[in-house]
Design a protein around this ligand. Structure first.
Ligand SMILES: Nc1ncnc2c1ncn2[C@@H]1O[C@H](COP(=O)(O)OP(=O)(O)OP(=O)(O)O)[C@@H](O)[C@H]1O
Length: 656
């Protein structure tokens, strides 16, 4: 009985969406009455509920479903942690400055925006319809002062257009000097002023602070939550009975001093992340639940496709991708698929979701493979989740710096028995013979290969031998100083540093793209906007609408208390506005169901149930409607089944 809804009746209108989000206070610029600060936003009631519901679903989907160990580590971090992790040296973006005004721009964004705008201008000049992101680029450009950029759309030669496409397909792969070269080669200037820009310089994105009253401990606000997992590794491992694989998970705030944040929630300076660190045996990256996701189909944009200048993803199952080596291993593939399932469950349009593999330069030097979940929106494709195999890098560097044994010690079922040449030193005699060079001699012998030791043993059997240290000095050895014997060794413990697979979610980006994907206007009336948020994440699940205030108080109380007891979040709208207006307001807030109490409710204890997307209405007894609505909100039934149940109910009433 549910009729189809044409959600694409009106073209997506970003200005309308942004106006509505602000009007309904999903989120707003922070400190607005102080004129605000770029890149900081406050969430209002519907935005906060939406984020809380996304987090709730994330916790169910990952932490509960996968038995992960949840942690909550501090934001304030002493400097040595980020010196060790490499963030102090390398957590930087390339920035350029306007040579006249000193305005600061992020170098890769400058190149991307200018080339996209030129391609959009080219399309316009050729009379080809622009894609939404290109329209955005043109809109931005037309507001700017650069005369050349504002001039009539310019046709590009086919070679130049192809070159721009090639650059854009691998924009994340360029180093700072290469971005500088691109600016010179393609005459890229600051579009706001038309002025040239400086050579790109690295800019560290971490906010510095100092801990303690005298400022003696330099520190940083964390730019990601990951280090909190690594520094707690020993305790987490112990909690997991000393075994891998296991995963820890954390949801919390991160801070990045972004160079010029101008993209709303997509690029902010303070944001909530949800991160997983899955610790796994480096020799065995299979995943025991891989079969559950093997057939999940994904859009995969691998690095070879990008290097060839294309951005057309290949459609493939995860099983196929891991089998063919497109995705490096099962565990990484498992998480890529689980990320897909999570994002689509909360309402991201699967057709506008792809996984892009990092190109060689883009990936951290230690990582083995990395895939970003990118979601298409009005600004183009935006990374919303990163999923990387970080190998053993993090635990290794922290162990080296602190001396903490960040390793797994695994009892071997079968001890490994090996025969080995073992050098034994006469320390006393060696001390007398070599004095302060003793450690050099010991080190030189101890680091010899099996083959070298056998050769040395042979020479000693002849009376003496000469060895060469790493710095080229020679030392004479005799059988009195050193003996080498073949021994049988038994190893019953295997010690190794686990590898880490890290899915890292930015919740603000997911929330914003979800709002774009859910937003549409009714066919008959472009002014009537709807947010088709899935029930699981909708800020309010049920709107209770009494016809007029006083007479219905008791029923309103009854209905809201029953919904509360069933764990369904509802709101009462008893304003004086017409029911139609009240529904329209809640369509904008994404409330999936409405129940209306009218005079029939008083007389016959009936209630009307309305569905947001179709606007269909069903009538039933109050308790039956409540039972149906609770099942709808818990995801036990869909709208089709709700219709059948209430129609059955109405049929029975008529017979009775
Ligand atoms: N400035 C930001 N504002 C909002 N979300 C962010 C920001 N930076 C990162 N994120 C989120 O955190 C996730 C993991 O961070 P990661 O370090 O992989 O991002 P990134 O590669 O630095 O992003 P970008 O290249 O867009 O700056 C991203 O997928 C994104 O969702």
């Amino acid at each position: 009985m549910a009729t189809g809804v044409n959600k694409t009746a009106h073209a997506f209108d970003k200005t309308r969406l942004e106006g509505m989000l602000l009007r309904r206070f999903f989120y707003a610029p922070a400190f607005e009455i102080y004129r605000g600060v770029a890149g900081l936003y406050d969430y209002g009631p519907p935005g906060s509920s939406l984020q809380a519901n996304i987090i709730n679903e994330w916790r169910k989907h990952f932490i509960i479903e996968e038995g992960m160990l949840e942690i909550d580590s501090t934001i304030l971090t002493p400097a040595p942690v980020f010196e060790t992790s490499g963030h102090v040296a390398r957590f930087a973006d390339w920035m350029v400055k306007d040579t006249k005004t000193g305005d600061v721009l992020r170098a890769d964004h400058l190149v991307k925006n200018v080339l996209e705008a030129r391609l959009a201008g080219d399309k316009e000049a050729r009379g080809i319809a622009a894609e939404p992101k290109e329209e955005e680029a043109l809109k931005k450009q037309s507001k700017r002062k650069d005369k050349a950029a504002k001039a009539a759309p310019v046709k590009l030669s086919d070679e130049v257009a192809a070159e721009y496409e090639r650059i854009l397909a691998q924009i994340d792969n360029y180093s700072g000097p290469e971005l500088g070269q691109l600016c010179r080669d393609h005459k890229i200037v600051n579009p706001d002023t038309g002025n040239e820009v400086t050579e790109p310089q690295p800019f560290n994105l971490m906010f510095t602070t100092s801990i303690g009253p005298t400022g003696q401990h330099p520190g940083y606000l964390r730019p990601e939550t990951a280090q909190g997992h690594f520094v707690n590794f020993q305790r987490l491992l112990e909690f997991n009975n000393g075994r891998v694989p296991f995963a820890s998970a954390q949801i919390g705030r991160s801070f990045r001093n972004e160079i010029s944040p101008r993209a709303g929630l997509l690029r902010v300076r303070e944001f909530t992340m949800a991160e997983i660190e899955h610790f796994v045996d480096p020799d065995d990256k299979r995943h025991e639940r891989f079969n559950e996701v093997r057939d999940v189909e994904l859009n995969l944009l691998d690095r070879h496709t990008q290097a060839a200048g294309s951005s057309a993803p290949k459609r493939m199952t995860v099983g196929e991708a891991v089998g063919k080596g497109v995705i490096a291993n099962e565990t990484l593939g498992y998480f890529v698929a689980r990320i897909y399932l999570f994002l689509t469950k909360i309402g991201i349009n699967p057709k506008r979701l792809r996984f892009r593999q990092h190109m060689a330069n883009e990936m951290a030097h230690y990582a083995t493979d990395c895939w970003d979940a990118e979601i298409e929106n009005s600004t183009g494709w935006t990374e919303c989740v990163g999923c990387a195999d970080r190998a053993a890098y993090d635990l290794t560097v922290h162990a080296k710096r602190t001396g903490a044994p960040l390793v797994v010690r695994e009892a071997l079922k079968e001890p490994i028995v090996t025969e080995k040449e073992v050098p034994e030193f006469n320390k006393k005699l060696m001390g007398k013979t070599f004095g302060k060079d003793l450690p050099v001699v010991t080190q030189t012998v101890s680091t010899m290969s099996e083959e070298e030791l056998i050769k040395l043993k042979g020479q000693l059997a002849q009376g003496e031998a000469v060895i060469k240290s790493a710095d080229g000095r020679e030392f004479k050895l005799t059988p009195e100083i050193l003996t080498i014997e073949r021994q049988t060794l038994k190893q019953s413990i295997r010690e190794f540093t686990p590898n880490v697979i890290e899915p890292s979610f930015g919740l603000g980006r997911i929330l914003y793209t979800l709002l774009e994907h859910s937003f549409w206007s009714r066919e008959q009336d472009a002014d009537r906007s709807v947010l088709s948020l899935p029930v699981v994440v909708a800020p309010t699940k049920v709107l209770i609408v009494p016809l007029s205030t006083k007479k219905f108080d008791e029923l309103v109380q009854e209905v809201s208390s029953k919904l509360r007891k069933a764990g369904v979040f509802s709101r009462v709208d008893d304003s004086n506005q017409s029911i139609g207006r009240r529904y329209a307001r809640n369509d904008e807030l994404g409330t999936p169901f409405g129940v209306t109490l009218d005079f029939a409710s008083l007389q016959n204890r009936t209630m009307t149930l309305r569905e947001r997307d179709t606007t269909e209405q069903l009538i039933g007894g109050i308790d039956e409607v409540l039972a149906v609505v609770v099942d709808l909100c818990n995801g036990a039934i869909g709208w089709g089944e709700a219709c059948e149940r209430l129609e059955r109910y109405t049929g029975q009433q008529n017979v009775d």
